[in-house]
Design a protein around this ligand. Structure first.
Ligand code: ADP
Ligand code: MG
Ligand code: MG
Length: 918
């Protein structure tokens, strides 16, 4: 038996969108639940694929179509291609996914010389009939013969101008007849033959054209742009639907509606309509449509029907619907429905409302909101009413909008920030020593680097907007200006960044503040109840910790202590520590750092109490705290020159009368002072050369540094434990967790543990009580994964550092990869995602699973989390849930997204597979 390619709206399966397309499936579904849909039928996507493959319609298709047309004739009492009550139909495309405006619909098919006359006789309304005719000729000519609209519009405009009307409603029957005739001539001219009179050929040509449009350039480009794979949508269905007319008089109308307000989510009638008009007129903006509310007065009975339609659709689909309707002589028909696209505010509000109305379950309320959508709600955004053209574009590295004066170095940013100026830090790229500039800036703009560059990661961590890698900007720090195309930005000029789009604007643009609504709080509260995964924050400062709490963090999963070292009041001490040539000098510097770190921890622990705070001991290689070799060489040259100046001054004094008054600053500087500075710089240079590494990620850092310079870790551990005692004495319940970075062997952990044990013993003696804290390790080397059971024997928790682990597994250095070849790899599909943004489940994921299994095998109650950038990404979170992790940790603004994603991972755990690995 041959395959069934044609389904009546009465018997197509409303769930089979792949076969019937979204529009067709919903037309079937609506028909079958009793919504008033004009009779019609669907030709399947499989027929389309078959046609495209063989370049001919499937055998028997036209016969089946004829059969369905016969059914339509029987159902409507109309006749196709003849008679005084002719059947007209629309021919509409529709694939499994909605591809807006991709393929055109032909209306009024079935008109020819004979039916034209019949319809005029029946309606007595010549104007209406010619209006329908000219629409049909144009659409058919365009879709079937590819005749551009301009050819038709030319004549239409000509007649309008001659008659002196602006809108088409002003045209009389005669004008429309003239236009129709001209349109027929256009078709003859462009195709070389007459407009087809046989209605079945009209239908066949139309069906074939819709099928072909699937492979048209517009459609193919659209699918590529939005990554629509054949698996998601393959081929288009064709919907043949009896025409109903909204343009037969003032008791007719056409419109589109949303079952709720898609901008606010409010439960109200929302939409627009036009009286005496046909479908596409509303969208085309030919006349200004009226809000649905006005229908209440204009057509009260139809308004009541429309309210009923809206209720039927929502309660059936349990989702906000976007629908099209037409009213013909007082009768309401629904022509289309689909799930409504809404902004984040509306999605969240409708979820909470529809649960409250018992329309959907709590699980549905959570699952229908895409976690990434929440991003929109968590940052100030540019006021759409005031946006202008951007002067440059970069990567949207950290969302949010900010305006301020541009400054080209962190020191100036800090100075201006302190006196209350709003500044944007503009750099070629940023480095750890720029951190004080980040604190002071409203936003960060770089001309190099990717979405996980230093600037991007730090900005996201702080919840500040960042545009990275805006290559069109050439920063000249020396001249204190930047070139952007033909613009020159001087230091102090005001610019605005939109970190959500990557756009950079000149001047200040108004922003709309972020809004954490009650509905969002409710929804996230439900998420927390359902999720297994806890969501922690990556936060380095008390201020970041407070913000993380507002976002709903359940603790701190990663506090990077080096961020504390980089603040401008500490860096000189850290430099002294690094320059120390013996343990004694180093301890002297560390003694000065200890109270500062302790104070940091006391504040951080108090803010977070009673939630856990995981503190990572010092991680980066030491040269990151020092200037570069080049900077030092320049400074040393300057100092040498200056020493000559000072020497010259002494010669001057000796030569002349010593009582001569020398201008400032000559009278203040002694050679001794310059010499001291020189000596220090030269020592620094020597050290920088010693510390230089080709690949910093593999070098002397993390626990290796902690073991080489045990005083450093000892100071940090002391600061943490003393802060714990101090907080406990204040009656706070604090839960610090000490975490060791870059571990490869349990011996390293044992060494650090000895320091901890010694300090704990001393402190507990004085305190008189046991100290409550946890000891754990980062898992960020490949060896740590393979040795996980031995490591687990020494610790109470693991935290996967998936940035370094990904670098190690791929043998990529992140910066190089993102700046050089990753975009190309992603573009060409060699790698689907950037593994520094989306956890590489297939590769890195296998190591994670192995480490979890081995770790828990050794210690059943081992607590396990992840603290890489990927910890805030929904798909990565889904994997973390599957792998049995206890928590994810991510930057503050990602926390709400992670909370929703954690719940969604739990609710969809059955559907998760790692089959792509095989
Ligand atoms: P799109 O996917 O672009 O919305 P549609 O197939 O829904 O295309 O149709 C375009 C316009 O024509 C819509 O306004 C629709 O309501 C209208 N329309 C489609 N079929 C009919 C019909 N049988 N009777 C009246 N109007 C129709
Ligand atoms: Mg439509
Ligand atoms: Mg790391």
């Amino acid at each position: 038996m041959t395959e069934k390619h044609v389904y009546s709206f009465n018997d197509g399966d409303g769930h089979d969108k792949k076969l019937l397309g979204g529009k067709g499936a919903n037309l079937c579904e609506m028909t079958q639940i009793g919504v008033n849909v004009p009779p019609g039928f669907v030709i399947t996507t499989r027929a389309c694929l078959d046609y495209l493959e063989k370049n001919a319609l499937p055998q028997g298709l036209m016969e089946s179509i004829r059969g369905e047309i016969d059914n339509l004739e029987a159902a409507t009492g109309k006749t196709f291609g003849r008679g005084t009550d002719p059947l007209l139909v629309s021919v509409r495309s529709g694939s499994a996914l909605s591809m807006p405006g991709m393929m055109d619909t032909i209306l009024n098919l079935g008109l020819n010389e004979e039916t034209l006359a019949g319809l005029i006789e029946q309606t007595g309304d010549e104007r209406f009939v010619y209006d329908a005719y000219r629409r049909f000729i144009q659409l058919f000519g365009k879709v079937v013969f590819g005749i551009a609209d301009e050819h038709f519009d030319e004549y239409f405009e000509e007649v309008k101008i001659r008659v002196g009307v602006k809108a088409d409603v002003g045209l009389e029957a005669d004008h429309l007849r003239e236009i129709s005739e001209k349109f027929l001539a256009v078709v003859r001219r462009e195709t070389g033959s007459d407009f087809p009179q046989d209605v079945m050929s009209q239908l066949q040509l139309a069906v074939e054209a819709v099928f072909r449009s699937w492979m048209g350039k517009r459609a193919v480009d659209y699918r590529r742009e939005f990554h629509i794979t054949p698996d998601m949508a393959n081929g288009t269905a064709v919907n043949i639907c009896t025409m109903v007319f909204g343009n037969k008089g003032d008791d007719c109308a056409t419109g589109v509606g949303f079952t709720r307000n898609p901008g606010t989510g409010e439960n109200e009638m929302f939409g627009e309509y036009l009286t005496n008009a046909q479908g596409e007129d509303v969208v085309a903006g030919i006349r200004t449509p009226k809000p649905l509310q006005s229908m209440q007065e204009e057509m009260p009975e139809q308004y009541r029907q429309l309210v009923a339609l809206r209720d039927t659709l929502e309660s059936h689909y349990q989702e906000v619907q976007d629908y099209e309707f037409t009213i013909e002589k007082g009768t309401l028909y629904c022509l289309q429905t689909r799930n409504g696209k809404m902004n984040a505010t509306a999605m969240v509000r409708t979820s909470v409302d529809m649960y409250g109305e018992e329309l959907i379950s709590r699980d549905q309320a959570l699952l229908r909101v895409d976690p990434e959508l929440l991003e929109q709600l968590l940052h100030p955004t540019l006021d759409p009413d005031s946006a202008t053209t951007p002067i440059a574009t970069g990567l949207p590295a950290s969302p949010g909008a900010a305006s301020g004066k541009c400054v080209f170095d962190a020191d100036l940013a800090e100075k201006l920030g302190h006196v209350g100026e709003k500044v944007i830090l503009v750099r070629e790229e940023t480095r750890p020593e720029d951190i004080h500039g980040f604190f002071a800036a409203e936003g960060i703009l770089t001309s190099r680097g990717g979405k996980t560059s230093h600037a991007a990661v730090v900005a996201r961590g702080m919840g500040k907007p960042c545009v990275a890698g805006a290559e069109g900007i050439i920063v000249d720090v020396g001249l204190r200006q930047a070139h952007v195309g033909e613009h020159i930005l001087h230091e102090g000029d005001v610019i605005t960044l939109d970190g959500a789009t990557g756009m950079v604007y000149l001047g200040e643009i108004a922003t709309i503040p972020a809004h954490f609504s009650d509905e969002l709080k409710t929804l996230l509260g439900w998420a927390d109840e359902i999720a297994d995964l806890k969501v922690m924050a990556n936060a380095d400062t008390p201020e970041a910790a407070r913000r993380a709490l507002d976002y709903g963090a359940m603790g701190i999963g990663l506090c990077r202590t080096e961020r504390m070292f980089n603040a401008s009041d500490r860096l000189p001490i850290v430099v002294d520590m690094i320059l120390a040539n013996n343990a004694e000098d180093r301890t002297a510097a560390l003694d000065r750092l200890l109270p500062i770190q302790r104070a940091d921890f006391i504040e951080l622990f108090s803010v977070m109490a009673p939630n856990p705070v995981t503190v990572r001991l010092l991680d980066p290689p030491m040269h990151e705290f020092l200037p570069t070799e080049q900077q030092l060489l320049e400074q040393i040259d300057m100092l040498r020159l200056y020493r000559n100046v000072v020497r010259g001054r002494q010669t001057v004094l000796a030569t002349f009368n010593p009582r001569i008054e020398l201008p400032k600053p000559f009278d203040e500087l002694s050679e001794e002072l310059v010499n001291d500075a020189l000596i220090k710089k030269e020592r620094m240079l020597k050290k920088v050369r010693e510390l230089q590494e080709v690949n910093p990620m593999l070098g002397h850092r993390g626990v290796r540094l902690g073991i080489a310079y045990p005083e450093i870790y000892a100071m940090q551990i002391e600061a943490i434990l003393e802060a714990t005692v101090e907080c406990a004495q204040q009656g706070l319940s604090v839960r610090p967790e000490i975490m060791v970075p870059q571990v490869i062997t349990s011996q390293e952990l044992a060494t650090v543990k000895r320091t901890i044990d010694k300090l704990t013993e001393q402190l507990e003696e004085g305190f008189g009580r046991k100290l409550r804290f946890k000891f754990g390790t980062m898992i960020e080397t490949v060896r740590a994964c393979t040795r996980a059971s031995r490591l687990a024997a020494n610790v109470e928790f693991f935290s996967f550092g998936t940035n370094d682990l990904t670098q190690a597994v791929f043998s990529f250095s992140r910066e190089d990869a993102e700046n050089k070849f990753l975009p190309m790899y992603n573009e060409s599909g060699i790698l689907q995602d950037n593994p520094f943004e989306v956890l590489d489940v297939n590769g890195v994921g296998q190591l994670i699973e192995m480490a979890v299994e081995r770790g828990r095998g050794e210690r059943e109650d081992l607590k396990i989390g992840i603290c890489g950038e990927q910890g805030g990404h929904p798909e990565s979170i889904r994997f973390c849930h599957y792998a049995g992790l206890d928590y994810v940790s991510c930057s503050g603004p990602r926390i709400p997204i992670a909370r929703l994603a954690a719940a969604s991972a739990k609710l969809r755990e059955e559907q998760f597979t790692t089959s792509a690995r095989l």
